[in-house]
Write a protein that binds this ligand. Structure first.
Ligand SMILES: Nc1ncnc2c1ncn2[C@@H]1O[C@H](COP(=O)(O)OP(=O)(O)OP(=O)(O)O)[C@@H](O)[C@H]1O
Length: 257
């Protein structure tokens, strides 16, 4: 078991954004977290990555309680994430964006960076090489020198994944990776996430694109108003009356909005 969320609760003032949610994710799985807008999905990601503390409950990563660790410690443990809104360094090249991600695993201390020792230069070269391998892995070979802001939207999303992969995660959290993508970009993303799985990396993703979720995920948990209302295989989820009700309910609300 890679991740176990046990009775997680998060309150914002009087609002229970996440309420008594439990689920486990096995090594190598692609696990989907879905639910209508405001269901608590991003809050769940923020709890797993310690962006803010749980009100109660526990998050275990490989059987270790990771509650209260600093976000950088969470990355060191092997959990990395992307965000709903793209958070690249827009003026930096694709290669530099990924190198930033690799740096959190580098050994050189501050002094050796200042004096640019031989070992530091060697490490810098290794980091550059690793960044380029990752660019190739996500299908961005040939774009190393292009600034992030000049990449197409789908390419920026894949660059974010390359940067997250740079810290060598065992668990990768993707927050709406297909948001804003066209059909071709989404199908490339599908292939990429499958390829990540074949590297033995476990993937937890939030996604609103239902065909993508249903084709990609091994298992899915559904949140609604902060509570888990269902968990199962894509087939089980699609046929679950509570899930259908939750989605129909939210569509009706949107009609009146
Ligand atoms: N930092 C915060 N402070 C106060 N309320 C918050 C905070 N973050 C989230 N919320 C509230 O918690 C609830 C759950 O939000 P969350 O962003 O987790 O939902 P979501 O399922 O990710 O939604 P979406 O699909 O629209 O991104 C919402 O009502 C939201 O307004």
């Amino acid at each position: 078991m890679v991740l176990a969320v046990e009775k997680a609760c998060k309150n914002f003032g009087g609002l229970a954004a996440v309420s008594d949610v439990s689920f486990t994710i096995q090594k190598g799985e692609i696990f989907g977290l879905i639910g209508p807008n405001g269901a608590g999905k991003t809050t769940m990601f923020n709890l797993i990555t310690s962006m803010f503390p749980l009100s109660s409950g526990e998050v275990l990563f490989k059987d270790e309680n990771i509650n209260g660790l600093k976000p950088n410690k969470i990355t060191e443990k092997g959990i990395c994430r992307t965000f709903q809104n793209i958070r690249l360094f827009p003026k930096m090249s694709a290669e530099e964006n990924v190198m930033v991600g690799v740096h959190c695993r580098s050994k050189s201390g501050v002094l050796s960076s200042v004096f640019r020792t031989k070992s530091q230069r060697k490490e810098e070269e290794e980091i550059r090489q690793r960044a380029n391998e990752l660019l190739e892995f996500v299908g961005l070979e040939g774009y190393a020198d292009v600034t992030a802001e000049n990449l197409a939207y789908g390419q920026q999303r894949r660059l974010e994944i390359a940067r997250a992969m740079a810290s060598d995660p065992q668990l990768l959290l993707l927050d709406e990776p297909a948001a804003g993508m066209n059909e071709t970009e989404t199908s490339d993303l599908f292939q990429l996430i499958k390829k990540i799985q074949t590297r033995g990396i476990t993937v937890l993703l939030i996604e609103h694109d239902m065909p993508l979720v249903m084709n990609l995920c091994d298992r899915i948990a559904v949140l609604n108003f902060g509570k888990k209302i269902a968990e199962g295989t894509p087939e089980e989820i699609q046929n679950n009356p509570d899930v259908i009700e939750a989605y129909l309910g939210s569509e009706e609300e949107e009609d009146y909005a």
